[in-house]
Ligand binder design. Sequence first.
Ligand code: FES
Length: 923
Amino acid sequence: MILQSPRALQVHRLQVNGRAVEVAAAPGRRLSTVLREDLALPGTKVGCDAGDCGACTVLLDGDAVCACLLPLAQAEGRAVTTIEGLGEAGRLAALQAAFLKHGAAQCGICTPGMIMAGAALLAQSPKPSAAQVEEALGGVLCRCTGYRKIITAVCEAWRFEGAQPASPQPAAGAAVGVPVERLDGVEKVNGRDRFGADSWPAEALAVRVLRSPHHHAGFRLGNLEAWRASTPGLTAVLTAADIPGQNRYGVIPPFADQPALATDVARFRGEAVALVVGEASVVATLDLDTFPIDWEERPAVLTAAAAQDPAAPQLHADRPGNLLTQGLVECGDPEAALASAVFTVEGSVETAYVEHAYIEPEAGAAWMEGDCLVIQACTQAPGMDRADTAVVLGLPESRVRIIPTATGGGFGSKLDVSLQPLLGLAVLKTGRPARLVYTRRESMASTTKRHPASLQARIGADAEGRIVGFQMEGAFNTGAYASWGPTVANRVPVHASGPYRTPNYRTRARAIHSHGPISGAFRGFGVPQAAILQEQLYDELAEACGMDRLAFRRLNALRDGDATVTGQVLEAGVGIADCLEALQGPWDEALAAADAANVEGGPWRRGVGLASCWYGCGNTSLSNPSTIKIALAADGAVVLHQGAVDIGQGSNTVIAQIAADALGLPLSQFRLVGGDTAVTPDAGKTSASRQTFVSGRAAAAAGASLRTAILREANVSTDATLSVTGQRLTVTEAGASRDLDLGALPADAEGYVFRAEETYDPPTTPLDEKGQGKPYAVYGYGAQLVELSVDKGLGLVRLHRITAAHDLGRVINPLLAEGQIEGGIAQGIGLALMEEYLPGRSENLHDYLIPTIGDVPEVRSILIEKPDPEGPFGAKGLGEHALIPTAPAILNAIRHACGAKITQLPALPHRVLAAIRKAEGRA
Ligand code: FES
């Protein structure tokens, strides 16, 4: 068979996964494109098309190569192996099994590349060392896992040759607490998971987006129809004038301000201005530089400070001073407390734009089914996507269906719609299915970032080292449009005290518009930035008080019965003191090791740092319900309709574990129906560390409700046990069993004979004008200890080990919890030491550096269980928490090592050197 690519020039013959194939294509066509689009092997992923991320790694005659960099001609006559070529029918290869067993795949977008790079290594070294793995996999990026479990999986793969160890299969009622493999894991390690760019209707048109090359510019469109007509195969050119609904969307409706396509003015570089839609072969090669548009570049302000200058251009007419909004929390009398404090410290810090850098750029496809617009795309929030898309396209929500694909990382940015309304517009206007895949550059230029923050604070303590007063002011650069700026402004003041008793307190956070990239949600919603300053100052305050830094934190840690700075009394489940106590031994050992190492002299100085976190799970003082449905089908299947999008964090597995125990049937009998606005109830967005807690509570309620319905039908008490074998449901009580033939019971339209659907919404209260109230129903806590060395001559930082103690209330799945901690720490390392997004200058993964496999040290996780009565089985959230303490703990360790006080992040070597010189009085 000869496969024809649209611009066939030459027939190429090669072996792919042991099969001889011929491909008629241009010699320069990327091998990754040939594999994915010509040979229907989408297990090979594309994250950058530049050889930076390694997601497309395949084997070429046994060597690991980036398929995106390899022209087809260079594969001529050679053997190519992809992820689909590993393993045998129905059986995973040993390395794939090891990845699954060790939790080495989270979102799974990097997993095929990781596995192929690992396979090349194992062919040479069947039992490699960790150092060999780090070297062999150094070219493949992972944004989720923190790499440690990947290293373990490759090192341990040899154990999975032959008979592979059976997975733990918890019995009925015993799933919670068991480190079960992720239920959606097989497809992630065998390359069968389908992400946004992996499937589309055969007749789909391709869409490209024309974007602003300027930070701020007016524009005039030329003769679009003439331009379109001059290019055969170009079906439509669409602009704001084509939008049938309201050309304005936003994740927080009262602040909605972002046009799907700009009208007249672009407010940031990368803003979408027009769509070109046509046959894929035409659109892919179209020169958008010929697009008829005249730009008028205008003055731009890129920082919050510049945007607050009275002479600065105003981005939105109704937001004077470029102030989007501000949040305030105040209690006691901080001025008086600071004036009378025995010890006071003060300081400031500046943080950078941080890019989410998920390995999967935004991608999806859309089509019509009857009068319903169907959009299949990566996302964290299908319900919100539907709402925003419907508004823009002027459709009732009932005529928009969102089907989330597997999502290759999100970390907050895929909460905002990106391509969904654009795809929908293309479909509505052309009447054809459409497909859109962002390039790495446009993904980085056009989607949200972590807010750059400018923070100042002053903190005081009494003679015994008790915190008596705290003040912080923060300006957060929220970029051109609102996105999650209001959430950051509200969340930071609630959390800026850290998990410490603070009787007199005022923190104000302002979200300021600029012409920079839009700042949105990124793992922590501003809290990590505040913690960077607050935890550094607590180190200084401890020293001023003459106290050990850990002892200072243990003295001030919140405990059950304490009130927070919002006046919320935490009745139970406050686990920060437990986390800090768990670090006492590692802390003492680390300090002793640092002292011993520093005796030797030399440029490398060893230091130890510590920081804490707390984080409220779910929306701040706003309703954020989740609904979960569970049913028992006539064929005996237990079906969990679980719409909490699993972006790698493990909600598919964790929520099923909770539901299984609430229902009383084994987890292994569950069948998952994933997020799809047509078939799963709305479980809300995957953000704010809410899914384990909020959707978990809904799942527990739904499981219990289904159990009640079954027991009622069987007329037995709540002590009865359940089992299902085929169509037979057996109910056993006091040694007596009774069978129900499920096939004989009346079934509903979905084939279910029993069903339950329950909703849970966390009980919170609004915050008053001083920020007093109950913003969250559940908080999670944690503390991390960092050991590192600093080269005083070069400013380099080498991490040795991070010990992380996190209170999860109840650990639903220890394997997945460790993965969250390790992944959060890796992102915290990037925040502290290397990540700085510069608009227009680092819109790719070779100028924007994220931690690689060699940058994440050993991580020791300590899981603390201090149950919260509100959480399902006592559980709390973890996702954001794991990132928050890492950066300040690193900065505190740097200062401990060499005296360098870092006030501008990231702590790049030149900044560390400058801080060392300043500390030594040489600045
Ligand atoms: Fe590696 Fe998500 S699991 S990028």
